[in-house]
Write a protein that binds this ligand. Sequence first.
Ligand SMILES: Nc1ncnc2c1ncn2[C@@H]1O[C@H](COP(=O)(O)OP(=O)(O)OP(=O)(O)O)[C@@H](O)[C@H]1O
Ligand SMILES: [Mg+2]
Length: 331
Amino acid sequence: MSIIDVKHLSKIYKVSLKQPGIKGTINHFFKRNYRDIIAVKDVSFSINSGEIVGFLGANGAGKTTTLKMLTGLIHPSRGEIKIINYTPFNRHANFLKSMSLIMGQKQQLLWDLPALDSLRINAAVYEISDKIFNKRLQELAEMLSIKEQLTQPVRKLSLGQRMKAELLAALLHHPQVLFLDEPTLGLDVNSQAAIRSFLKEYNQRYEATILLTSHYMADITELCQRVLLIHEGELIYDGNLDQLVEKFAPYREIQVELPHPVSLEKLENYGEIKTVIGQEVRFLVKQEKLTETIAKILAQLEVNDLKVTEPPIEEIVSKIFEIGNVNLTHL
Ligand SMILES: Nc1ncnc2c1ncn2[C@@H]1O[C@H](COP(=O)(O)OP(=O)(O)OP(=O)(O)O)[C@@H](O)[C@H]1O
Ligand SMILES: [Mg+2]
């Protein structure tokens, strides 16, 4: 059963253009010039109850704008959104109680208070009884492995602990639908993994529906079978993650630490050079050429260290667009 239904959604931001200086300000006052930024363009999709869907796209593609429309923070310029039969922008109390928006770079917990105090405030806002509050607090705190930290002022928590507390606050009212905008942004690898497994468990335990953006590939590969790919405001792919990665991201990054500088000309023999910083070189190499390339590098170059990583989703996505004018909609 579909729980999120989006039809022909568009968002156009009007940005005023002002010339610099006082003259510009005066001119601007009398005659305003506006430019339209089409942030989201005719996007349609639906998501079934219980699904976890990844929302991918380069910087500025329109992900946050879409999430803001889905949660009713901004009004769509065109199109229609139904979430559990509510129109988000109406901000119906029942709608607000059934969803949550979690933004990795924004916090709702009050800095100088213990998280527990903020949680109590949330409980009051969402009209959660003491009994249910205590039950949920215990349950979520256990799932997140966070406990005594909740009685510490938020400013004393580590970034990972703070994100856990944020999640607890955002989920206290047991929303059915979760929108997450970069929930693991800036976290260390362990905290990222903890957040991921928590989201997985929350999804399974409460059959919650989740739409999330992340620039970390691992978040997407571990949580989402299905992804939506947005490019310059347009939805260009809606389908299986495996197929997307297979088709468009057959790349790995090889990071090599050289003891001596090596000429670019020579380095180019091993693959596409992504960056050279001092004696650290990063190559982008097709997956099927990975073993061969590593062998070649180790045989022909003096190397202090060599690492292979998946390029961040950001790069995979931009690679996808480099491959070019492939008509992605026909996949
Ligand atoms: N309030 C705003 N006013 C004007 N333009 C905006 C506003 N918010 C976003 N934009 C523009 O709309 C486009 C989409 O931005 P959005 O924040 O949705 O991208 P995003 O996919 O979330 O990017 P990122 O991965 O960097 O977070 C961009 O061109 C951005 O500059
Ligand atoms: Mg964003």
